[in-house]
Design a protein. Structure first.
Length: 320
């Protein structure tokens, strides 16, 4: 039985397929999609998105958007994943996807064996993305939509190379985490589980070690630490310090031996813009009669991970 034959065998009009993408990664939002196919406009090649090449998924994504009777994408954020757990966040994304359809479906055919709690009749279908055309279409829309989102994160956080691993726990991703620590888009609970299982302690690695060294270095030079790893929707500020009448927003970059690029080179133009926006938000919440300044602390480690030297770049970039 083909995927379309299965759908026709249901004998139901205007039902939607529902699937998710991004339950397993260490970073990024979880996505879901709901699709109502138009029987008069069949789409050739629909299948489980995991069995398709990226090029084929992109082509089918465009065709689904053109030919489907209705389609919608729902998202649950990293903050919601942390607050509710990944299963409940996935269900939330699914409900948002179904609620976003321009046509109210008579039934939702959901991939998997867990009921997401939709407000319409629901049928669960294990391996539905390889059984139903509508569910396969939803799996493609969810997957491609999330891949596009990960490309945006790659541009915002180029140091993590999200475009290469899409946030999944690859060797490269863990190497980047060891070097830079967590970003605001990482799922902290996922990282705690991994590091505890591997016996590596709390996530952060070289980046966390470098931040502590930077804090010690600046404190010894008369700075008062007002905040560490201050997070907001624009990103994270590593250190917030006061030195006399100056309020310092410091970005810490750590490098070990054999790394050719200077740490400060990782503070790209987009990163600077995010730091400026984050600092403006901090000041709106914490008005202080101080002159703000943006510094970079370069921390160099030897082959044993011990402190080698620090380079303090004061007024590293302007607020323009």
């Amino acid at each position: 039985m083909t995927l379309y034959e299965y759908d026709r065998s249901l004998g139901i009009e205007n039902f939607c397929g529902v699937d998710e993408a991004g339950r397993g990664p260490l970073a990024g939002d979880v996505y879901a999609a709901a699709v109502i196919l138009d029987p008069a406009k069949p789409i050739e090649g629909l299948n489980d998105s995991k069995k398709l090449s990226e090029k084929k998924r992109e082509a089918l994504f465009a065709e689904i958007k053109e030919k489907a009777a209705a389609w919608s994408v729902g998202v649950a954020t990293v903050e919601e994943i942390e607050a509710y757990n990944i299963l409940q966040a996935t269900f939330l994304a699914m409900r948002r996807a179904v609620d976003g359809l321009s046509i109210r479906p008579s039934l939702a055919l959901v991939d998997g064996n867990r009921n997401p709690g939709l407000d319409i009749p629901t049928r669960l279908l294990v391996k539905g993305d390889g059984t139903s055309a509508a569910v396969a279409a939803a799996s493609i829309v969810a997957k491609v939509s999330r891949d596009h989102y990960m490309a945006e994160l790659d541009a915002r956080y180029p140091e993590y190379q999200f475009l290469r691993h899409k946030g999944y726990g690859t060797k490269l991703h863990y190497e980047m985490l060891d070097q830079y620590g967590e970003s605001p888009v990482h799922r902290h609970s996922f990282l705690k589980s991994y590091y505890a299982k591997k016996g590596k302690g709390a996530p952060g690695g070289t980046g966390t070690k470098g931040e502590q060294m930077a804090a010690d270095y600046l404190t010894a030079r008369g700075c008062e630490i007002l905040g560490r790893n201050w997070r907001c929707p624009y990103g994270e500020i590593d250190l917030i310090l006061r030195q006399g009448e100056t309020l310092i927003f410091a970005e810490v970059k750590t490098r070990g031996p054999g790394m050719l690029a200077a740490p400060a080179e990782a503070v790209t133009a987009s990163k600077r813009r995010r730091l400026l926006d984050a600092a403006a938000l901090y000041l709106s919440q914490n008005p202080l009669p101080l002159q703000p300044r943006f510094d970079i602390l370069e921390i160099y480690l030897d082959g044993e991970g011990n402190f080698l030297k620090a380079v303090w770049l004061e007024n590293a970039f302007q607020t323009d």
